[in-house]
Design a protein around this ligand. Sequence first.
Ligand code: RP5
Length: 163
Amino acid sequence: MQPKVAIIMGSKSDWETMKNASDILDLLQVPYHVEVVSAHRTPDKLFSFSAAAVDDGYQVIIAGAGGAAHLPGMVASKTRLPVLGVPVQSKALNGMDSLLSIVQMPKGIAVGTLAIGTAGAFNAGLLAAQILANQDAELAARLDSFRHEQTETILDNPDPREA
Ligand code: RP5
């Protein structure tokens, strides 16, 4: 089945962060495609990937990048699909550079920006699933179960001294 979610990232070094998006999509049984697409090192690939994304059957694109993180904004400029941007935590500036590069989109081209690092990547996967669940009742039910189990896990063990 053609995946409706693409997870792209600027470098293989981003995978450690971005695999958190794939983890939650795996849990929710949402198929996805994963690929390195760099705004700076493979600009022509960035254009061709983004321009073909609708025809390729994608409905949501998750784009992670670090440092001068132009990938999500540039992808968004070439497709009308929703783009979820994940600021990868950089070594030099702890991801503040990534965050500001992604979040400060000029008016007219939208990128949904998530938190810096692993939580942002996980939530990007979660949000992608939530978007698809609007048209997929079985996925919506799996999302409801995920949330219910998350809540129950906390309520069942409220003592912070216990693991
Ligand atoms: C960005 O530069 C990538 O998204 C990555 O976060 C960062 C560093 O890339 P590498 O030098 O590790 O390949 O384009």
